[in-house]
Design a protein around this ligand. Sequence first.
Ligand code: GLU
Length: 457
Amino acid sequence: MTVIVRFAPSPTGYIHIGNARTALFNWLYAMQNGGQFVLRFDDTDVERSRQEYADATLYDLHWLGIFPDQVKYQSQRFDIYAAAVEKLKAKGLLYPCYETEEELELRRKIRRSRKLPPVYGREALSLTEEEKAAFEAEGRKPHWRFLLPNYATDPLKPRSTKVSWVDIIKGKQTVDLASLSDPVLVREDGTYLYTLPSVVDDIDLGITHVMRGDDHVTNTGVQIEIFKALDAEPPVFGHHNLLTTASGEGLSKRSGALSIGGLREDGVEPMSIASLAVLHGTSENVVACHNMAELAQHFDPATVSKSSAKFDPDELVTLNKTVLHGMSFADAQDRLGAHGVSGDRAEEFWLAVRGNLDRLQDAAGWWRIVRNGPAEAEPLSEEDTEFLRTAFDLLPDEPWDKNTWKAWTAAVRESTGRKGKQLFTPLRRAITGRDSGPELADLLPLIGRESMLARRP
Ligand code: GLU
């Protein structure tokens, strides 16, 4: 059996790192099993869905390293949902209800006051044909509910009915259908809620594994019954914990917080995001993986924690440094070129600076320092000026290599008597204008003698 997974965002905003977690779980699972990945846009809500968000989602997924085998839009598949609706109606499993929201709220209040669970009491099942016709004549349109199989023979006498599945992330899960209202599948205006189209698509596209956030556990209990009602075998389910902010708030597409596009603009590398999104909230250590194959080796659905996973965006900064430190020139080359870093010294330069970067674009600043010197000359004490002049006068002739720095500073130490910080801090400042940065032994051959002499105070 070929594993087929899907990621099913609604295109109502830009995807964030929590959505990336779901997408990556599915992508890595498909990778591990030689499977396929379907991107399905849940855009039945035509008011809130926008093509611009779907396009941005696809762009973000590609940028992260996820390349869907198929892309589907629910808005283009209404006819198969209509066929499923007819099938459920024919089986007597989808029934029309005419209550308004106010009437339903009143009923819930009454049930609560009688200490009954505030679920729908299936009053519409008792409507006669005349009563229905009267509602229609009044101009009311029905919404349609799925009859949950939580009764023996009389739906008006629901009883505890447990639906269980072995969740590949959470282990055995159970939902009691007696605790739920019959879900509305079709609204008064004929539009679909998420519940039915999702099942119909999962059947039609041959989805074998559904991995999604654990806010969908209850839906799964209901959807398993809809699969069965449509004569289909339910897929394997897995529900992962959700990423939350450090203060415990959920991430939302609407707030735009921690969106993939925003993180990209901040210079966070895709593999930093992917490493965190997948490994945080699991018993695995969060390590910076350099590519998807490496991340797939660390990913195991069974290691995901049961509780929500608070995360601190500062972790991304740390991961980003590690990802950049291990990034080959081949992987960085195009983007470096876009920042003006190119030519036959570009690789040597990249290898010298990559271990000192928070963001790839910061390499451009070091490139300017190497080529043109520090942006501003530091004010120097008279003693340091004197020291630096002596030091620069001792610069050896070219050719220079990685040993030049050692030989030069040994000669400076010998001649000036300075050592340690006293020796190195003024040299580093004069050469780079900064107090820390890449190894000067690596930078010196890139700078060259002429450019070094131009830095003599
Ligand atoms: N559109 C749903 C969501 O974003 C999909 C849930 C699912 O994977 O079935 O929550």
